[in-house]
Design a protein around this ligand. Structure first.
Ligand code: HEC
Length: 371
């Protein structure tokens, strides 16, 4: 009995000693991933292991796998050494290794990289298929022999110019409505900024250590994120106010894209916030929420509203080439629709107009287009 109580006191002492000595560790965001007792969360158990200090420092500063690098401004060298000592002193308790660790293991950098490689691969293949179908509808096959006669290099140059001016710079919207161009640009250039920022991060900050807000890549990402957020908000507002927003064909897909984009940006900002505020318990769940949003956004992109980002420029470029060929004197003998989706919207507007003058249930409407 006496022995037991002695053991109890010793245990209490060890616990109290251990806890008071883990102050630095518990105050860092390490605990969010490696658990309050160091026995692992979504990251592996790190308690009671006698890591070599050099090895330990390298992992902390540069990050490892899904673990972000931690800079000196977030964890001073002094605190790093303290955390190293505290972890070594923490007891190993097999029972405390959580199931969540298995999920974390599955989401190692290697696996995340593989998952995203597959995700992007599938999305690219599907996009190529979707684009192929649209080019077929647009009569690209009919046009091609004329392109050969007109000159393939000349055609390619006209196409490329159109992809930049009509596609990337959205020239038609710029000419017709600068306000709409700006609102559209928020999403277009915001998304481009996010992609560019992510690629730059890959090269200049591979461990994804948290950068200061003033860092060029970080500010690019933050500004782009804000732009996309504002653009998404504006489109959501238009969904509420524009009576003709439903073109009768793609509303569901448009909405899916908008929502996934919303979640991607929101989870991105939340990840940053949670990291900065050191709300360690939420670091991993929110990171997983972010990865899932991005994966879904990319996987569905070929079939949602996103697809207009590659279909419309390709269609316009085809039209420009056809125009140039027609102007050069070759009779290409094919008619065209002004832009994809426009037909269905115009049809609905026409039906609505006819209903207003009392002609209800008009089924057979034909719309003709004149270039
Ligand atoms: C966002 C979650 C996260 C945070 C925050 C985090 N880690 Fe990690 N840590 C991980 C993951 C995941 C691994 C496993 C990496 C791998 O092997 O792919 C890891 C690995 C490690 C390792 C190597 C384990 C081994 O046995 O090789 C050490 C040591 C470590 N972390 C210490 C820390 C310390 C100290 C901090 C705080 C400065 C910290 N971690 C913050 C997720 C995190």
């Amino acid at each position: 009995m006496q022995r037991l109580s002695k053991l109890g006191v010793a245990l209490l002492f060890v616990l109290a000693f251990g806890i008071s000595h883990a102050d630095t560790y518990i105050g860092t965001n390490c605990a969010g991933c490696h658990g309050q007792t160091g026995m692992g969360g979504l990251g592996p158990p790190v308690a009671s292991k006698k890591y070599d200090l050099e090895y330990f420092r390298d992992i902390i500063r540069q990050g490892k796998g899904m673990m972000p690098g931690t800079s000196e401004s977030e964890l001073s060298e002094e605190d790093l050494v303290k955390v190293h000592e505290e972890l070594a002193a923490m007891p190993w308790n097999e029972d405390e290794i959580p199931i969540a660790f298995k999920v974390g293991q599955f989401l190692s950098t290697k696996n995340t990289g593989r998952i995203f490689l597959v995700v992007f691969g599938i999305a690219t293949l599907c996009s190529a298929f979707v684009l192929y179908r649209w080019l077929k509808f647009a009569g690209f096959g009919v046009l091609f022999p004329y392109m050969v006669r007109f000159g393939l290099i000349k055609s390619a140059w006209i196409g490329l110019k159109s992809l930049i001016v009509d596609g990337f710079l959205v020239g038609s919207l710029w000419k017709s409505n600068k306000h709409r161009w700006f609102m559209h640009g928020l999403m277009l250039y915001g998304m481009c900024g996010l992609m560019l920022g992510d690629i730059l991060m890959h090269f200049f900050n591979p461990t994804r250590a948290d950068l200061p807000l003033a860092h060029p890549i970080k500010s690019l990402l933050v500004l782009s994120g804000i732009a996309v957020f504002a653009g998404v908000g504006y489109v959501m507002y238009r969904y509420k106010t524009d009576r003709y927003i439903d073109n009768g064909l793609t509303l569901g897909k448009d909405f899916l894209f908008l929502n996934l984009l919303f979640h991607t940006v929101l989870s991105g900002f939340l990840s940053m916030l949670v990291n900065r505020l050191g709300i360690s318990d939420y670091v991993m769940p929110i990171y997983i929420y972010h990865l899932a949003s991005v994966a879904l956004l990319v996987l569905t992109a070929p079939f949602t509203r996103f697809s207009h980002a590659f279909i419309v420029p390709a269609m316009v470029a085809t039209t420009r080439i056809a125009d140039a060929i027609a102007k050069s004197g070759v009779d290409i003998g094919f008619t065209r629709e002004p832009s994809p989706g426009r037909h269905h919207k115009t049809e609905r507007m026409a039906k609505d107009a006819l209903a207003k003058i009392g002609l209800k249930n008009v089924q057979d409407i034909r719309i003709r287009y004149y270039p």
